[in-house]
Design a protein around this ligand. Sequence first.
Ligand SMILES: [Zn+2]
Length: 237
Amino acid sequence: MITQPSPNFNDRPKGIKIKYLILHYTGMATGEAALERLCDDRAKVSAHYLVEEDGRVYSLVPESKRAWHAGVASWEGDRDINGLSIGIELVNPGHDAPEYKGNYRPFPEAQMMALAELAKDILSRHKIVPWHILGHSDVAPNRKCDPGELFEWKWLASEGVGLWPKVIKDMSSGEALSIQEKLTKYGYVIESNGDIDQQIRNVICAFQRHFRPTDISGTFDQECHAILESLLGARDY
Ligand SMILES: [Zn+2]
């Protein structure tokens, strides 16, 4: 672990318990460029940790402090995701930055191994349930798509970090809820104002990036139904 302090943090709300782990990609050409930005007081962004593609781990903000990684984000009833979470940035050029377009690439094994080790260490210190280990796109589906469909959530869950549906249940056992209601029940937030249909499509894409990465269609098909049913069933209320 390499300590590289970032000035970009503030106090967490008084008395809160950390309950989320949020994963990101940096969306910049190199790890060095990302580190520089995350430590630049003018950028007003940070994370608790950054994991390089070769597995080096940087500690930027103490876990006791509120790092600035999630922005406007929500899950279940929670709006201050930064206040309630630990944020990890994974070095990867990502999909979005125009100058790096096309450079989104798989997360190397060394990076994933280092992430798993770091996450397990975090989970040993904070009570974070598996379904509260989320991507930035899960908590901000209208703005973000990181860490994206190349991120290996399934492997990470096999390491004990995060929730992955084990048994795809028969659809017929499902409750009579709409797609929107089921996604909301799982934790995704669809605001009551704005373009509801667009928000639902964005949430479906976020769901697919996390749980059905082979096809990010934005259409909630039979397989997505079965996966969501299994996830709802696997969650321990
Ligand atoms: Zn992010």
